[in-house]
Design a protein around this ligand. Structure first.
Ligand code: EPZ
Length: 418
């Protein structure tokens, strides 16, 4: 398995182009199942999760091909209604295959999803939503078997938690249901709006996307589409923190500043200088890094997907800070690895206390999940000496050319192929 070798201490300087959003690309790829017409998706990042999703679409009956950052999708044959275990288990977002296949085939069998190891990550909100749309569900032999003999019927669905994936699954099914569907307490992340914009281009009738109440009026048929995916706000936040942790100065291009308000605000509060234009963010170290407590929350609060990276930064702050994780119950697996680099962190259930230290020292560390891996790379960039990061296949799921982009910014970093 490949590793990343980092010699820390270089201040990162220069420009980085942010890739398209992984968490927007995946649901939009699944949306292609809702039509038999041609689909073109642009600004698609080169990621393992994108390849996994393309593989799944081609298994089901599409002809999806990625060339550079463009994916073109045609319909090849009649869809299968069973999603294979060996693909589904790789990626939690595979659960998004359910909505479109229920809408098109009125049945789908999927193995229980896999993906990151952050918490148990059940799918009860998804399944409860489908039941409200007239779907019958049974669990058999590790598969969730679902069917809607009389087709999907619109309904009002109250989410007890604004699940991103469940909101997307309802959008991907209710658009072809009979009648009106209302989601109460919907997720409001930008990726939801991007998906709704695509579905609207296809001929769907959706209002309220991006707010907590979304109304969908089902239609009979949906057209093909061409769409460019929004920039990846989590990748952007990671490079902003890379500038702060290495005392550097970076300009991010092809980014949407309004999607990063919580991260920018907290970085300014710590002492960074940040300037924004319509599609760039420039962040500069000034003279200190103050500690700043954060509590993760649903959008537009501080993103849980930036919690690990923030923790790496706070390890070198001038004082103590606290991080509270409210979205996932087990998203602190980067803590023992950061401690191997010399961090002073104590876990207390849902929160951690970080005592800022003068320096971190390079060491071999192991990645447990995508964003934990980002945190370890960031800490390695600032640590004295050599850091070897292993199990970087987790990073390849969600970061497009990470070590190439960091090297271009002046990091002493390289991938060792094993
Ligand atoms: C999406 O995951 C993102 N993934 C995650 O990003 C992100 O961390 C998460 O939203 C929260 O913002 C993609 O978009 C592909 P949720 P998702 O359903 O849809 C619980 C990354 O690093 N829950 O909002 O799975 C769940 O256990 C990834 O890019 C239920 O209890 O997130 C979790 O505690 C990691 N029952 C919380 O809700 C359900 O049926 C948030 O889950 C569904 C979720």
């Amino acid at each position: 398995m490949d590793k990343i070798l980092i010699h820390g201490g270089n201040q990162l300087k220069g420009e980085v182009k942010i890739s398209g959003s992984k968490n927007s690309t995946l649901p939009i790829l699944f949306a292609s199942l809702l039509t038999d017409e041609a689909v073109t998706i642009k600004n698609v990042p080169s990621l393992a999760d994108v390849d996994t999703t393309i593989g799944l679409l081609n298994f089901i009956g599409k002809l999806a091909v990625k060339k550079g950052s463009v994916v073109k999708i045609l319909s090849k044959e009649k869809y299968k209604h069973i999603a294979p275990y060996d693909l589904i288990r790789k990626m939690r977002a595979s659960i998004l295959i359910m909505g479109p296949l229920l809408a098109r085939l009125k049945k789908v069998d999927v193995s229980l999803p896999g993906g990151c190891t952050i918490g148990s990550r059940p799918i009860d909100i998804h399944l409860d939503a489908f039941k409200h749309l007239g779907v019958e569900i049974s669990i058999d032999g590790g598969y969730v078997k679902t069917s809607a003999k009389n087709g999907l019927k619109g309904n009002t669905i109250h989410f007890n938690f604004p699940s991103v994936g469940a909101t997307e699954n309802v959008l991907l099914s209710a658009v072809l249901a009979e009648g009106k569907t209302t989601i109460i307490n919907a997720a409001t992340e930008p990726e939801i709006e991007d998906l709704a914009n695509v579905l609207t281009k296809m001929g769907a009738s959706i209002t309220g996307a991006g707010t907590k109440e979304i109304v969908i009026h089902g239609v009979k048929k949906l057209k093909g589409f061409s769409h460019s995916v929004i920039p990846d706000r989590i990748e952007a936040a990671t490079y902003m923190i890379a500038a702060a942790i290495t005392k550097g100065q970076i300009t991010l291009k092809n980014v949407t500043p309004k999607h990063l308000c919580a991260v920018s605000k907290n970085l300014k509060n710590c002492g960074m200088t940040i300037n924004e234009t319509k599609d760039t963010i420039s962040i500069k170290w000034t003279k200190y890094l103050n500690p700043k407590n954060i509590k993760t929350d649903v959008y537009p609060g501080f993103p849980t997907d930036v919690q690990a990276q923030w923790m790496a930064l706070m390890c070198l702050a001038k004082g103590n800070s606290k991080i509270t994780e409210t979205i996932f119950e087990n998203r602190f697996m980067h803590v023992p690895e950061l401690k191997r680099l010399g961090a002073d962190i104590t876990i207390n259930e849902k929160e951690v206390l970080i005592k800022g230290v003068k320096k971190l020292s390079g060491a071999p560390v192991m990645v447990s999940d995508l964003r934990a891996g980002a945190a370890l790379v960031l800490a390695g960039l600032a640590a004295e000496g050599q850091t070897i990061v292993s199990r970087i296949y987790h990073l390849d799921r969600g970061y497009d050319m990470l070590e190439k982009k960091l090297k271009k910014l002046g990091a002493n970093i390289k991938r060792i192929k094993n």
